[in-house]
Design a protein. Structure first.
Length: 113
């Protein structure tokens, strides 16, 4: 059984204004590290594990920013699932769970928030 890391990268950037904004949310900011954003730190921790390629669930408005951040740390094998509307954690998990029902044979889902 392989673990598929699912990284939830949602939010609209309203809580840490003016640092984070609608088009540049907190997960894309280097808040706790001078070099890497919160998303990049999470992805690097995930890549250090013996798991399947990570999946990132994010808002459709952030897709290019998320892809750029992953690319800048050398992540080549990652899937980005887009939420059409940001709702909450449960809907993001449901989006992934429903995205590929055939992929759930012998798979253990691990959510990183």
């Amino acid at each position: 059984m392989k673990i598929v890391p699912v990284i939830l990268s949602g939010g609209v950037g309203s809580r840490l204004w003016p640092l984070s904004r609608e088009h540049f949310p907190k997960q894309c900011l280097p808040l706790t590290d001078k070099e890497y954003s919160l998303l990049q730190q999470t992805m690097l921790r995930t890549l250090a594990l013996d798991v399947a390629a990570p999946i990132v669930v994010c808002n459709e408005d952030h897709r290019f920013l998320i892809a750029q951040q992953l690319h800048s740390i050398g992540v080549k094998k990652s899937t980005i699932l887009l939420e059409p509307n940001g709702r909450n954690t449960v809907s993001a998990i449901a989006l992934y769970t429903c995205s590929d029902k055939d992929a759930f044979n012998n798979v253990l889902l691990g959510y990183v928030m």
